[in-house]
Design a protein around this ligand. Structure first.
Ligand SMILES: *Cc1c(COP(=O)(O)O)cnc(C)c1O
Length: 378
């Protein structure tokens, strides 16, 4: 029986060709021809005011934390059910982390409880669009406006997904995307920062270029460049951008295929959902589905562990996701906040099924067949 892994990076076929072009051009450091093509592509397609490719989403988040001048004592609200990078970026600046719980409907931040987390020291809210499904951004924006807070979207999983028709990544002051090989479009490692508030653009270019105004120099706006701010090397080689551009050009066909796979899963599992045996992804009216992920929510940890084992028997790799960050080895002793029951619930019960471009209808059938058999007598 063929092994069905959790993820398989998809190659469009043009990556090698574009990389070869980048290599031949002998301009393979950052901000070369392919980086510019990528910037233009994403700015045009999604109406982002400014796009800057980065070496990862992690780096884009670190840039955001620097740009917002987050300082020791500042408080930043982040979900506890997320990847470490969402939080690390602000921990690195000395911020006090205020963990928010997930909602009952899906792992996104529970906006009903958000306002109770705000203090005079709160500076920013960092919503994570889990599985590419938008958080309730109007509610978040209203709270941010009322308390004068910044919003940084962790849109790592959110490419080509929308909130009330507006692209994820265009809703906060800035947003971070990932092109890690587990995401919808990839460059191995890679990411981008999108900036929607003009006042951050000039400084973002500087921070990304080791604290120098080299970008302005190359545009001929100044006649020499130097050290003007803090910064680091956040820009990827043009070889990475060449790979990414090949993927970006195929975004529509990639999305079409992923959505078809997602729908198969949904159709084949909705019966056991209607019987109350599992929960399927909840996509609110205001959000779209970009088919980044297909997950189910089991009753509890024990049932999920048994299901993972059951799927392994038919050579299918299903994987759980985040562990509660407030209980992590690094953070547990620092955490003095309330229990976060929904975070723990998703940490214990959420299970991600194989999801990638080359997954066939037969593959999906094998996965859902095994899941349906598992729940037959439960
Ligand atoms: C993948 C991911 C990241 C990290 O992306 P990298 O590009 O690997 O740094 C951050 N946040 C979320 C929610 C992610 O899914």
């Amino acid at each position: 029986m063929k092994h069905i892994g959790f993820n398989k990076p998809y190659l469009t076929g043009k990556e090698g060709h574009y990389i070869y072009q980048a290599v031949l051009s002998c301009k393979i450091s950052g901000d070369g021809v392919f980086t510019k093509k990528c910037h233009e592509f994403f700015e045009k397609r999604f109406n982002f005011k400014k796009v800057l490719l980065t070496t990862s989403c992690t780096d884009a988040l670190e840039m955001a934390a620097i740009l917002l001048d987050i300082k020791p004592g500042d408080e930043v609200i982040v979900p506890a059910y997320t990847f470490v990078s969402t939080v690390n970026a602000f921990v690195l600046r000395g911020a006090k982390i205020v963990f928010a719980d997930s909602s009952k409907e899906n792992p996104n931040i529970d906006v009903a409880k958000l306002e109770s987390l705000i203090t005079p020291n709160t500076r920013a809210i960092v919503p994570v669009h889990y599985a590419g499904v938008a958080c309730d951004m109007d509610a978040i924006a209203a709270i941010a406006k009322k308390h004068n807070l910044y919003v940084v979207e962790d849109a790592a999983q959110g490419i080509d997904s929308y909130y009330k028709g507006r692209p994820l990544g265009s809703l906060g002051e800035m947003a971070a995307f990932s092109f890690h090989e587990t995401k919808n479009i990839i460059s191995g490692e890679g990411g981008m920062l999108t900036i929607n508030d003009e006042k951050f653009i000039a400084r973002a270019e500087i921070i990304r270029e080791k604290g120098t105004n080299r970008s302005a120099f190359f545009r001929g706006e100044i006649d020499k460049y130097g050290w003007v701010d803090i910064g680091s090397s956040f820009l990827p080689s043009d070889i990475i951008a060449a790979f990414l551009f090949a993927q970006a050009e195929e975004l529509d066909s990639i999305q079409k295929k992923r959505k078809a796979i997602w729908q198969l899963y949904h159709d084949q599992l909705k019966e056991i959902e209607s019987k109350g045996k599992i929960k399927l992804p909840f996509i609110p009216e205001y959000a779209t589905n970009n088919a980044h992920m297909f997950y189910i929510v089991c009753k509890n940890l024990d049932e999920r562990t048994k299901l993972i084992e059951h799927l392994k028997q038919v050579n299918v790799q299903a994987v759980f996701h985040y562990l509660s960050l407030h209980k992590s080895p690094f953070y547990a002793s620092r955490y003095h906040g309330p229990d976060l029951p929904m975070t723990d619930y998703y940490a214990d019960s959420l299970l991600r099924l194989p999801m990638y471009f080359e997954l066939t209808a037969e593959d999906v059938q094998r996965v859902t067949g095994a899941i349906n058999a598992f729940y037959k007598n439960r």
